[in-house]
Design a protein around this ligand. Structure first.
Ligand code: SF4
Length: 281
């Protein structure tokens, strides 16, 4: 797969709620918090889900205490399970398939997340051998998504993640080195994996090509910071302030991470990430 095709694939990975049977509103177990106003067990439809699988408080989710619903993004796993794995049969029409459908959804969701990261890795200029490994991994993950429900349920997702993580790490190290030396002419950014920067004042900081994998950046003040070439995989950006920050070439940043953060018109995002609607509020 060439870079352009990979870019198009990465961009195409988004939820299509019109073709989903409200799986994220039903299948998942959600504990009450500031992100979700009620306790909901896995397999129980949210009381706000209507018969047509639309949300009756869609326009007011944040005001009603369901902020997390404006953050969640299945990357297309919901419509795949609804329309392909279960051939367009809903759990309402066929209650006997409901339990299996709800167990398949989180597996598909994790496969789609891995596909999105591998697709992003393929958008970069990497060595032929790495590109070859990424392409093979992508094909494997895509073939998993076409399996039937029973085969999906028997997948060992933890094992699936191991080669994916290795490839993403290799891509990250390579691209951050290339950006540092050839684009920015700086020393490669430090490794701050899993660091606790909750609420930290990082206003205006130059963090280019830093490794922030799994970092805790909850409510961190990142206003006007330079975050180009930063690896954000697994970082927690809830309520981080990204006003005016430059994330144009941040790596492995997801729509969910951005949705969970604060930002404004001056925040520069990667091409595959959309500005969240609530940033206009
Ligand atoms: S509040 Fe709406 S979007 Fe959130 S889970 Fe319930 S039905 Fe779905």
């Amino acid at each position: 797969m060439d870079n352009e095709t990979a870019k198009n694939l990465r961009k195409s990975l988004k939820a299509d709620c019109m073709n989903c049977f409200g799986l994220c509103c039903t299948a998942l177990n959600i504990a009450a918090s500031s992100d979700f106003a009620i306790n909901k067990t896995a397999g129980t439809p949210c009381p706000n889900l209507q018969r047509d699988f639309r949300c009756k408080i869609h326009e007011n989710l944040r005001e009603k205490g369901f902020k997390g619903c404006t953050v969640f993004d299945c990357l297309g796993a919901g419509q795949k399970v609804s329309q392909v794995t279960f051939n367009g049969q809903s759990w309402q029409e066929r209650p006997e398939i409901a339990e299996k459908m709800f167990r398949v959804f989180p597996i598909m969701e994790q496969l789609y997340e891995m596909i999105a990261f591998i697709a992003e890795a393929l958008t970069y200029e990497v060595s032929h051998s790495l590109q070859d490994k990424l392409n093979k991994q992508l094909e494997k993950l895509q073939s998993f998504t076409d399996m039937d429900a029973d085969s999906l349920l028997s997948l060992n997702i933890v094992e699936c993640r191991i080669p994916v993580n290795e490839l993403l790490l290799e891509t990250s190290e390579y691209i951050r080195s290339e950006l540092s030396s050839k684009v920015f002419a700086i020393k490669k950014g430090k490794k701050y994996r899993g660091i606790d920067w909750v609420g930290k004042n990082l206003t205006g900081k130059d963090l280019r090509t830093t490794d922030l994998r799994g970092a805790y950046l909850i409510a961190a003040d990142l206003r006007n910071s330079d975050l180009r070439g930063v690896d954000f995989i697994g970082a927690d950006l809830r309520d981080a302030n990204l006003n005016g920050a430059n994330l144009s070439t941040s790596m492995f940043l997801t729509q969910m991470q951005v949705n969970s953060a604060k930002g404004n018109d001056k925040t520069i995002l990667p091409a595959h990430i959309q500005k969240p609607f609530h940033w206009n509020d």
